[in-house]
Ligand binder design. Structure first.
Ligand SMILES: [Zn+2]
Length: 149
């Protein structure tokens, strides 16, 4: 059950120790978003902003968080989506879905962090490639060879 159907967003540098229910605390400095569980159980829900975790969309009025917030590690096991400040209840998690989500999360992180290493190699490659010949040496060289060769 969701008792907080709307979350008021608050941008701040540091997320306070005590979270007010119904408020979505956003720290851009630390890439951290926290709120008190929308079911009202009082548990703190932290959704870090990283390329492989949550993404925040702020349209100037309201905040959207992707993907959904799945509190399968809390007693309430609530699952909801935050769209433009509104809390939309999503289906409960089955054991299979939790296992699938854990596997997906591991695979995404492995791909992302593995991929980052590979792109670093690609960036380095051109510096060790031979410097291309200047065009002048081409036709000028041929002209000199034709004239004096
Ligand atoms: Zn809860």
């Amino acid at each position: 059950m969701i008792i907080h159907n709307e979350l008021e967003h608050r941008f701040m540098r540091n997320i306070p120790e005590k979270l007010e229910p119904g408020v979505l605390y956003i720290s851009m400095e630390y890439g951290m978003v926290s709120h008190s569980c929308a079911c009202g159980c009082g548990e703190e829900v932290t959704t870090p902003l990283t390329p492989t975790d949550w993404h925040l969309v702020y349209d100037g009025e309201a905040v959207t968080l992707n993907p959904s917030v799945g509190n399968w590690n809390l007693a309430c096991r609530s699952h909801y989506v935050i769209r433009r400040g509104r809390v939309i209840e999503a289906g409960p998690w089955s054991e299979e879905e939790v296992a699938a989500e854990r596997a997906r999360d591991r695979a995404t992180k492995a791909r992302y962090y593995g991929g980052a290493d590979m792109s670093a190699e690609v960036v380095e490659a051109p510096t060790s490639a031979p410097v291309p010949a200047m065009p002048a040496q081409g036709w000028l060289g041929r002209l000199k060879r034709w004239l004096f060769g």
